[in-house]
Design a protein around this ligand. Structure first.
Ligand code: MG
Length: 166
């Protein structure tokens, strides 16, 4: 198995950021109206961050921390949807294509459901993947733990990649 080319690879990603006042809430590249937003070195978009790590993990290209180091000033306040686009371009260049991705966003408030369609559209454009191959599911943490106390939001993602035909 070691030297054979496995055509399909799966990757897992996870991210969490604190919710603070005076910060824009950006999720899946969409600005969601809210008094509080996710604090991060970039725009704190947990959906894009989890997706990037799942894609990079699937093809063994490291993680976003190594690709976009937090100490690098170029990424301060960066739009994560643009970084996602960059990551997808990089894995395509390495010979991979995205079969589908799925995400699970966990946030107590505000209600995200009205924005899911737009998030899918933005992610579809950034990744050049059909909307029907992009899953975005949103739930609350039922008031439990730090996410339940509205201290932050987190997101899980999985990606399936396929080796492009030579
Ligand atoms: Mg992050």
């Amino acid at each position: 198995m070691a030297n054979t080319v496995v055509p399909y690879r799966v990757g897992l990603g996870y991210d969490v950021h604190p919710l603070v006042e005076g910060q824009a809430l950006i999720l899946g590249g969409v600005a969601v109206p809210c008094k509080r937003g996710l604090l991060g070195h970039s725009d704190g978009d947990v959906v894009c961050h989890a997706l990037m790590d799942s894609i990079l993990g699937a093809c063994g290209l490291g993680d976003i921390g190594s690709l976009f180091p937090p100490e690098d000033q170029r990424y301060r306040g960066a739009a994560s949807i643009g970084l996602l686009q960059e990551v997808v371009g990089k894995v395509r260049k390495e010979g991979w294509e995205i079969v589908n991705v799925d995400t699970m966003l966990i946030i107590e408030e505000p209600k995200i459901a009205p924005f899911v369609g737009l998030m899918k559209k933005r992610l579809s454009q950034a990744m050049e993947v059909d909307e029907e191959r992009i899953g975005i599911k949103v739930t609350t943490n039922e008031g439990l733990g730090s996410i339940g106390r509205r201290e932050g939001a987190c997101c899980f993602a999985v990606s399936l990649l396929r080796r492009k035909e030579e």
